[in-house]
Design a protein around this ligand. Structure first.
Ligand SMILES: Nc1ncnc2c1ncn2[C@@H]1O[C@H](COP(=O)(O)OP(=O)(O)OP(=O)(O)O)[C@@H](O)[C@H]1O
Ligand SMILES: [Mg+2]
Length: 360
């Protein structure tokens, strides 16, 4: 009798599972030399595991007296130490707040080790803020749609009546008034259309984001003041992104135009691209996300509007309509992406985040 061989069960690589965690995990030896890091730790500390293993933890994370003491204590007392809301300062990534768990690992035959687990708590705040932003935007969209409908219908009647009136008027100076009515009705209509945002569904296709960024750079370069520079800093390893190209161009253009307006005659705009790992957009965690950044060294977003800039009609400029950012945001959300912003005087970053593949 033939017996089918039992198929071999593939052994999963434990490190691969660690990479699925949103918690940053690091393992060091007793002298705090790194033995292993997962993807989330790479992102939080701005390191690349190929290069760090074997190096001292202090080369990547500022170990103040307090933190050094707690690491040592965990090793000496053979007991875990848990720290909540601790501010951590990586040397190559932005500072962040984290809940930190330090656990000693004791091997019978091997040297003692330390397991560090870091959960960035400000990331949670970011996600809560993003949820609020999405809800508020949904409400604004509903109100805008209702209002737009109410405005557009009578506006059509108004325009038609002005046209009829114009055809019956012999006096050209009076016809000038009907022209004003028609012109202003048209202006209002296009304003309402812009407020309504994109009406087409996106046509998502693989797009080379650097080609798009260079295209946007070319578009604005023609009208750039002499003292204003646009530089580029791209990560060439970013693969094509599934996105509607025209929508991406429009969104980036809105961001770059804002930066130009904020800078005036002098300053630098930097177009940057990077890959982020394990990033959450609209409640969905993605293994890889492309971050396209428009950075400027201008005065920053005025504080009084900083929290509301993605709402329609919020503007800090006398001639602004306050629609550029909400439109850019809707365009990217239609493409499963998101725009985030950080701003302080001297540095404003607008990040377009687009998933590079489906959820993790
Ligand atoms: N890079 C930036 N630096 C400083 N402030 C900015 C920057 N980008 C946006 N802002 C502020 O955010 C406001 C809203 O921007 P948004 O693009 O939505 O509208 P707008 O530029 O005022 O008008 P519109 O884009 O409709 O012509 C701006 O008026 C400006 O005050
Ligand atoms: Mg604008």
């Amino acid at each position: 009798m033939n017996v089918d061989p039992v198929p071999a069960i593939p052994t999963p690589d434990p490190c691969q599972w660690l990479d699925e965690l949103s918690t940053a995990v690091l393992v060091t030896d007793a002298r705090l030399r790194l033995l292993a890091v997962n993807s989330a730790a790479e992102v939080l500390l701005g390191l690349s595991r190929d290069r760090v293993v074997g190096g001292h933890l202090g080369q990547w994370l500022r170990l103040d007296l307090n933190l050094s003491k707690q690491l040592q204590q965990a090793l000496n007392d053979k007991q875990s130490v848990s720290l909540r809301g601790r501010s951590l300062r990586p040397l190559r990534a932005p500072e962040f707040l984290a809940d930190l768990m330090i656990s000693p690992l004791h091997g019978e035959h091997s040297e003692d080790r330390l397991l560090l687990e870091m959960t960035a708590t400000d990331r949670h705040q970011r996600i809560t803020r993003e949820d609020q932003l999405r809800q508020q935007q949904a409400i604004t969209r509903a109100v805008t749609r209702g209002l737009a409908h109410e405005i557009k219908n009578p506006l059509g009647g108004l325009r038609g009546a002005a046209q009829l009136l114009a055809s019956d008027l012999d006096d050209p100076s009076l016809r000038e008034y009907t022209q004003i009515i028609i012109r202003e009705a048209d202006r209002l209509r296009s304003l309402v259309d812009r407020m309504l945002g994109p009406s087409n569904m996106p046509r998502r296709e693989p797009v080379n984001v650097h080609e798009v960024m260079e295209h946007v750079r070319g578009l604005v370069s023609v009208q750039l003041p002499l003292g204003l520079r646009i530089t580029a800093d791209y990560d060439p390893s970013i693969p094509d992104v599934l996105v509607d190209r025209d929508m991406l161009v429009q969104a980036l253009l809105n961001l770059v135009q804002n930066a130009i307006q904020a800078l005036g005659d002098h300053g630098e705009i930097r177009l940057m691209s990077r890959i982020l790992r394990q990033y959450t957009i609209s409640g969905q965690r993605h293994r890889l996300v492309a971050r396209l950044r428009v950075r400027d060294n201008g005065p920053g977003i005025p504080e009084e509007i900083r929290e509301r800039i993605f709402f329609p009609m919020v503007t800090g400029r006398a001639s602004g309509t306050g629609l550029g950012l909400p439109i850019a945001q809707s365009l990217m959300q239609l493409n499963h992406g998101l725009i985030e912003c950080r701003s302080r005087p001297g540095r404003t970053d607008f990040d377009v985040l687009l998933p590079l593949e489906n959820t993790a």
